[in-house]
Write a protein that binds this ligand. Structure first.
Ligand SMILES: *[C@@H]1O[C@H](CO)[C@@H](O)[C@H](O)[C@H]1NC(C)=O
Ligand SMILES: *[C@@H]1O[C@H](CO)[C@@H](O)[C@H](O)[C@H]1NC(C)=O
Length: 516
C-alpha cells in the first residue's frame, strides 16, 4: 500500500487517485477521468481501485469510520456502527486477493449503511429509532440484507430515521427519533426530510459509500431530494419487505439511496427479486430484468422517451423563480437529449385524489395489523404489539420526549377494528389510480412523468408505482431534485432516463464539512 498512515486518509486517498488518474486516464471510466474526488467515488471507481491494489476494503471502512467520528455528532445520520464491519472488510480483502469467485460481485467489499427499520441478525439492534425495540432479537436477516451479504457487501451500520418511519406522530419533526435525536441536512443544517433521513444525510456527507432506505409515501424520494442524492423508490414487491419494521405491505418498498444513478442501480439489482418470506416478491419478479439494471445505464437513455409534464405539480415552486427557471432549463435539456416532452397534461381526477382520505384510513388499519405481526415474529422483544408500544411511550415520556411529539398516529391505528372500512379504502385507491395516473400514462403513451417533489409522491404511493429522483439544483444552498415516475415495473426505463439526465447535467456537489 503506497499510502503513509501519517498523512491521514483523505489526503492519502487524493494522492492515490491522482496516481490512478495519471497512470491510466484513458482506460478509466469518465467519472475518474473528469476528476472525481475520492469522497464522491462510485462503486465502479472503488472496484477499479481495489483491482489496482490502490485500496482495500479495510481502508475504506476505516475511512468511513473516521468520517462518521468527525461529522456524525453534528449530522446524526448514523445510529449504530456494525462491530463486525472491519472483520467483514478483512474477509473481503482476502477473498479478492485469493481471486475467489465471490469477489467478482459488484458490491463485494463495499460498505453500505441501512435504515434502522431493516433487520440485521448480528450484533446490531433493529429498532426503527425507538427505545421500545432496544434489546429486541430479530429471527433472521431482512430479505434485502441476505442478498447484500451474499453479494459480499459490508454492512457498515444502521442509519437514523424519523422514528417508526414517521408513523408515530404527525407532530414529530422529520429526521427525529428517540435513540438518535435530530438528524441534520448537511447542506442547510436544517430539515433533512424523512423518513429515510439518516440514509440520505450519510451518503450525501460521504459517511458511507451506499445506503438503503424505505418508502411508504415519500420516505426515499423526499430525503434524497433534500440532501442532493439519488433515490430509487422501487415498484412495491420488487424488493423484499420481510424483516423490515412495517407501515403497510401494500405501499412499503425498500430501495437504494446513493450519490449516483449507477450506484443506485447496482444496489437495486442486488436487492431485487424473490424472497419466500415476502409473497409480493413472487408476483413482482416478472419485473426484474434478466441481466440486472446496470445494462440500463446508457448515456443516450433519453432518446425517444416520452415524458409527461403535469404542470399542477410545478405549483409547489410558489414564487421561487430560481427553481422554476431551473426546471424549465432541465426540461429543455431532456428535449435536447432526445426525449419527447408531452406538456400541459392533467390527471383527470386530481381534485378527487387531493381530497381523498382513503390512504390515511387504510394505513391506520394496515399499520396495526402488520406491526403486530412483525413484533410477534421477533425471537425476544420488550414489546409484542402496537398496544405495548403505546404503553411503553406512555411510561417513558422523557426518554422519548413524548410530551413534545406525542403518538397520535399510533393511537388512531390502535383504535381500528374489522376490515370493511379498510377494504373500501383500498378499492377506492385502486380505482383512483386506474382512472388517474394509469390513464394518463397509457393514453399519452408515456414512459415517465417528470415532476418536482410534490403531492405526486402520494400518487406513486397509493398505486405502488416506482420513481427515481436525481439532484437538480440548489436554491440558496438548499438542494432540490427532479423526479421521474412511471408505471409498475418501469425501473429499466426510469434508470435510462435518470442516468442520461444525470450524465448530461452532473449537478450534485458534496456538502460543506460539518463538525463540532
Ligand atoms: C445495541 O443496544 C445495546 C443496548 O443499548 C447496546 O449495548 C449495544 O451497544 C447496541 N449495539 C450496537 C452495535 O450499537
Ligand atoms: C415568496 O413569498 C413569500 C410570502 O408569500 C415571501 O415571504 C418570500 O419572500 C417570497 N420569496 C421570494 C423569492 O420572492
Amino acid at each position: 500500500m503506497a499510502c503513509n498512515k501519517l498523512l491521514g486518509f483523505s489526503f492519502c486517498f487524493h494522492i492515490l487517485f491522482l496516481i490512478l488518474l495519471l497512470i491510466s486516464s484513458s482506460l478509466l471510466p469518465t467519472t475518474i477521468a473528469k476528476g472525481f474526488s475520492i469522497q464522491e467515488a462510485t462503486v465502479y471507481d472503488l472496484q477499479l481501485a481495489f483491482q489496482r491494489n490502490l485500496l482495500t476494503s479495510r481502508q475504506l471502512v476505516e475511512f468511513y469510520h473516521k468520517q462518521i467520528q468527525t461529522q456524525n455528532p453534528v449530522l446524526r445520520g448514523v445510529l449504530e456502527l456494525n462491530p463486525d464491519a472491519l472483520a467483514q472488510a478483512d474477509k473481503a480483502d482476502q477473498e479478492r486477493k485469493a481471486k475467489a469467485p465471490s469477489s467478482l460481485s459488484t458490491l463485494h467489499g463495499i460498505p453500505i449503511l441501512v435504515k434502522d427499520n431493516i433487520a440485521t441478525k448480528d450484533k446490531m439492534n433493529t429498532t426503527a429509532g425507538s427505545f421500545a425495540l432496544l434489546g429486541s432479537v430479530v429471527p433472521r436477516d431482512a430479505g434485502v440484507i441476505t442478498r447484500l451479504r451474499k453479494a459480499g457487501a459490508i454492512i457498515l451500520g444502521k442509519a437514523t430515521l424519523s422514528e417508526w418511519s414517521h408513523y408515530r406522530s404527525n407532530d414529530a419533526p422529520s429526521g427525529w427519533n428517540g435513540r438518535g435525536g435530530q438528524g441534520k441536512n448537511p447542506y442547510t443544517m436544517d430539515d433533512p426530510c424523512g423518513s429515510s433521513s439518516g440514509s440520505a444525510i450519510s451518503v450525501a456527507a460521504n459517511l458511507a459509500a451506499l445506503s438503503l432506505g424505505s418508502e411508504t409515501d415519500g420516505s426515499i424520494l423526499c430525503p434524497s431530494d433534500y440532501n442532493s442524492v439519488v433515490g430509487i423508490k422501487p415498484t412495491v414487491g420488487l424488493t423484499s419487505r420481510a424483516g423490515v419494521v412495517p407501515i403497510t405491505p401494500r405501499q412499503d418498498t425498500i430501495g437504494p439511496i446513493c450519490r449516483t444513478v449507477s450506484d443506485a442501480a447496482l444496489v437495486l439489482e442486488t436487492i431485487a427479486g424473490i424472497d419466500i418470506n415476502d409473497k409480493a416478491t413472487i408476483k413482482a419478479s416478472k419485473y426484474v430484468p434478466r441481466g440486472g439494471y446496470a445494462q440500463f445505464l446508457k448515456k443516450d437513455g433519453l432518446r425517444g422517451k416520452r415524458l409527461g409534464v403535469v404542470r399542477i405539480f410545478y405549483s409547489v415552486f410558489g414564487n421561487d423563480t430560481f427553481k422554476r427557471d431551473t426546471f424549465e432549463m432541465h426540461l429543455k435539456t431532456l428535449r435536447q437529449k432526445g426525449a419527447v416532452l408531452v406538456d400541459n397534461l392533467a390527471i383527470d381526477n386530481l381534485q378527487e385524489i387531493f381530497k381523498d382520505q382513503s390512504e390515511n384510513i387504510a394505513i391506520a388499519y394496515e399499520f396495526k395489523l402488520s406491526l403486530n405481526a412483525y413484533l410477534r415474529d421477533l425471537v425476544a422483544s420488550p414489546v409484542r404489539s402496537l398496544a405495548d408500544v403505546i404503553a411503553f411511550n406512555n411510561k417513558h415520556p422523557k426518554l422519548e420526549k413524548l410530551k413534545e411529539y406525542g403518538q397520535d398516529l399510533m393511537l388512531i391505528a390502535q383504535k381500528t377494528k374489522g376490515v370493511r372500512e379498510l377494504r373500501e379504502a383500498v378499492l377506492d385507491m385502486a380505482r383512483l389510480s386506474h382512472i388517474g395516473f394509469e390513464k394518463l400514462m397509457i393514453t399519452n403513451k408515456l414512459d415517465a412523468v417528470v415532476v418536482p417533489l410534490s403531492f405526486f409522491n402520494s400518487i406513486l404511493a397509493r398505486g405502488g408505482y416506482p420513481a427515481v429522483t436525481v439532484p437538480a439544483g440548489y436554491s440558496k444552498g438548499a438542494p432540490f431534485g427532479i423526479i421521474f415516475g412511471g408505471l409498475k415495473g418501469s425501473e429499466p426505463k426510469l434508470i435510462e432516463i435518470a442516468y442520461s439526465f444525470e450524465q448530461a447535467t452532473m449537478i450534485r456537489k458534496p456538502p460543506p464539512l460539518r463538525k463540532l
